[in-house]
Design a protein. Structure first.
Length: 272
């Protein structure tokens, strides 16, 4: 353990994420006691308190002083270390994803070329196990970072900024004053803050897709040659417009279904 257990001034225990050992932290064993408590349906004040960096009252306020100030710039500047951590783990996970298939390929080759010698086969078999374990650890650690360290704190910051701005706005009753259409705070909280915080969590999906595509091309070239890889890319490119068309038609059908259900509900209510 890197530090003793901490408590808040009123005696509540702080969660053990930063107090547990590195093994318990990266294998997510530090939260088992909290999950046991939550499974017993205890009161909220019985659960461990969030650490200082996660709780909403410790988040710095996002202040947009002028119209030229970009909200994304403020978020990026405030969460720069989190973005860097996300992207590094994303690149490592993209690389490790293709280590296991590579080990499988080398394992089959070693069994075909040297059927009597099993030393190489055991080496590649152990490589499959280690790469699969690393892939699972990186995947779950990235999920934890993107929500607990990025999306949830950023949403708390945005909600605080909206309420601070709303409380400072003048509520004019003068009919001569010009009316300016301004969005409601509740609508901003329910829609915009959720969208911004979610993109903060999943922003690494776009570069992850590109990096996986790059590693997949390298793996396929090594496995089936450049001709087979080129054929696979051409077929994929041809299927993209068909996939896009099918998705659009599915969305139209979903909207029509929702409208039909609304009409059905209104007719049932009216008949009742």
């Amino acid at each position: 353990p890197r530090r003793p257990h901490l408590f808040t001034p009123d005696g509540r225990a702080v969660d053990h994420e930063n107090s547990s050992s590195a093994f318990h932290r990266y294998t997510m064993h530090w939260c088992t006691s909290t999950l046991r408590l939550a499974g017993n349906h205890v009161e909220l004040d019985k659960l461990p308190f969030l650490d200082y960096h996660t709780r909403s009252q410790s988040q710095p306020l996002l202040r947009i002083t002028t119209s030229k100030t970009s909200l994304w710039y403020l978020i990026l500047n405030d969460r720069f270390a989190g973005f860097v951590k996300q992207w590094i783990i994303m690149l490592l996970r993209s690389l490790v994803t293709f280590v296991s298939p590579y080990c499988v390929m080398r394992l089959l080759k070693s069994l075909e070329e040297q059927p009597e010698s099993r030393h190489d086969a055991w080496f590649w078999l152990i490589g499959i196990a280690i790469s699969s374990l690393c892939q699972i650890l990186l995947h779950h650690h990235l999920l934890w970072i993107q929500w607990s360290e990025m999306a949830i704190p950023v949403r708390a910051q945005l909600i605080m900024a909206i309420f601070v701005k709303a409380l400072k706005m003048k509520d004019s009753k003068d009919p001569q004053s010009p009316k300016v259409e301004k969005p409601e705070a509740i609508n901003l909280i329910s829609s915009d803050t959720a969208s911004l915080s979610k993109f903060t969590a999943v922003n690494h999906y776009i570069p992850a897709t590109l990096s996986r595509f790059f590693f997949a091309v390298l793996f396929l070239v090594n496995l089936v040659g450049w001709q087979g890889t080129l054929a696979a890319m051409v077929v994929t490119a041809i299927s993209l417009p068909v996939h896009t068309f099918v998705v659009k038609q599915e969305r139209v059908a979903q909207r029509n279904l929702a409208a039909a259900r609304d009409k059905k509900t209104k007719a049932i209510n009216e008949s009742m």
